[in-house]
Design a protein around this ligand. Structure first.
Ligand SMILES: Cc1cc2nc3c(=O)[nH]c(=O)nc-3n(C[C@H](O)[C@H](O)[C@H](O)COP(=O)(O)OP(=O)(O)OC[C@H]3O[C@@H](n4cnc5c(N)ncnc54)[C@H](O)[C@@H]3O)c2cc1C
Length: 331
């Protein structure tokens, strides 16, 4: 028999976790389903050791610490985590929803909150010979822990915020940093690019443009990368211990695209109550669209509060939507 909770939350990123907190505050049971092995969504998977500067009340906070706080905040409400499984199908069975997952499990709930972020995300590969071969053997697509790069000669590939920020951020950790980008112009924040070029001029790292990767070589680990100037074709061999490819992410809505939800440009359309086009199914975070939407964590938190309280009142019509103030609750 399918396991039942009052509310099922698809996605345990920041928006999903905070939605869980509010559902719990309303006295309802809930389950998170997420294909990743740990909660935290993009913050855990892509940038755990980057500072976030725009979460209200925190002048700066590591992404991993924000996730730790969210997990701690929701813990008293006994969340059920079904991690390592992706929500595949949604169907209405009588007065409840049934969600089946990639592990073949079926979970039922009276209301569903979709907080699936950008859907399934995978790193954009550059297609260089050796890239796939050395994945996990010196080729990285994200910095999970700065310590992995300690004392290493690192080649960073990319011209956006991630590439520029990590080049600067690893200065105190890596032995040597070379950053290459296929264009002379960077897409990163102006202030970061200025800082990067200053570090280059001071000899603290090396920036080479317009350069690309010709091939990645090694034995059981990456040893060398041959880069080339994409106009003159001149090649430079670099001895490296790690190649950090930060060329962005390819995102796909995945199975949610077939759930019968009204979509706009691969995002789920919601109204001001965060209701989707399916009654009883709410959504919040990066996955939603409405006029004025911005893909920011703080907005995801606000949307999660709206989605969760409306979902709670849908799951239990005896509840009012307005939760009252948490400061007035007796702990
Ligand atoms: C490098 C980087 C830096 C950033 N810096 C900032 C910043 O400084 N400030 C800021 O506000 N924002 C920042 N962002 C954006 C921020 O991370 C996102 O806005 C935020 O993560 C969105 O939260 P979310 O919970 O909606 O989605 P996500 O964090 O994407 O989490 C969604 C979760 O849903 C899961 N999921 C997907 N499909 C399914 C499915 N079918 N079934 C079950 N689960 C599913 C995913 O595995 C994931 O765990 C940054 C993003 C990146 C990549």
């Amino acid at each position: 028999m399918a396991e039942h909770t009052d509310v099922l939350i698809v996605g345990a990123g920041p928006a999903g976790l905070f939605a869980g907190f509010y559902v719990g505050m309303r006295g309802l049971s809930f389950r998170f389903v997420d294909p990743l092995p740990e909660p935290g969504g993009q913050l855990t998977a892509l940038y755990p050791e980057k500072y976030i500067y725009d979460v209200a009340g925190f002048p700066k906070i590591y992404a991993k610490d924000l996730v730790k706080g969210l997990v701690e905040q929701v813990a008293p409400f006994n969340p059920i985590y079904s991690l390592g499984e992706r929500a595949e199908n949604l169907e209405k069975v009588g007065d409840h929803f049934k969600v089946t997952t990639s592990k073949g499990n079926a979970y039922t709930a009276k209301a569903v909150i979709i907080a699936a972020g950008v859907g399934a995300f995978e790193p954009r590969r550059i297609g260089a010979p050796g890239e796939m071969e050395f994945e996990g053997k010196g080729v990285y697509y994200a910095v999970r822990a700065k310590a992995e790069f300690a004392g290493k000669r690192v080649l960073i590939v990319g011209g956006g915020d991630s590439a520029v920020d990590w080049a600067l951020n690893l200065l105190d950790t890596a032995q040597e940093i070379t950053l290459i980008h296929r264009r002379p112009q960077f897409r990163a924040h102006e202030a970061s690019v200025k800082e990067l070029m200053q570090a280059h001029e001071e000899g603290r790292l090396r920036v080479l443009t317009p350069y690309e990767v010709r091939r990645i070589e090694g034995d059981e680990w990456v040893r060398r990368v041959v880069i080339f100037h994409n106009q003159t074709q001149e090649e430079i061999p670099l001895e490296v211990d790690a190649v950090l490819i930060l060329a962005g992410y390819i995102t796909k809505l995945g199975p949610l695209a077939h759930w019968g939800l009204e979509l706009e440009k691969n995002k789920i359309k919601v109204d001001t109550t965060m209701a989707t086009s399916i009654p009883g199914v709410y959504a919040c975070g990066d996955i939603v669209t409405y006029p004025g939407k911005l893909p920011l964590i703080v907005l995801g938190f606000g949307e999660a509060a709206i989605a969760a309280n409306h979902a709670a009142a849908y799951a239990n019509p005896a509840l009012k939507v307005n939760p009252g103030h948490s400061s007035e609750k007796v702990s």
